[in-house]
Design a protein around this ligand. Structure first.
Ligand code: SF4
Length: 76
């Protein structure tokens, strides 16, 4: 496991954001279920660091953490 993706509590419970994230991520790391955003943990290492999830989210909603790089994070 080299990548982790974290969501704020607000982001997890935001149905509209869940749909946007599901559409944005090219490797299906986000799933919209019952109005919530879930992380498909089995897909985490497919992350290509494209930042499309960050583009689709308000500031502070999503962090993409590079576990191999001392926990350096992509965030806005
Ligand atoms: S950086 Fe790209 S591949 Fe990684 S979780 Fe975000 S949208 Fe998906």
């Amino acid at each position: 496991m080299f990548i982790d993706v974290e969501l704020s509590e607000e982001a997890k419970a935001d149905a509209e954001l869940a749909k946007r994230l599901e559409e944005a991520c090219p490797v299906d790391i986000f799933a919209a279920r019952d109005g919530r955003t879930e992380i498909a943990r089995e897909n985490l290492d497919e992350c290509v660091l494209c930042e499309l999830c960050l583009d689709a989210s308000p500031p502070g909603a999503v962090r993409v953490v590079k576990l191999y790089d001392g926990g350096a994070a992509l965030e806005r």
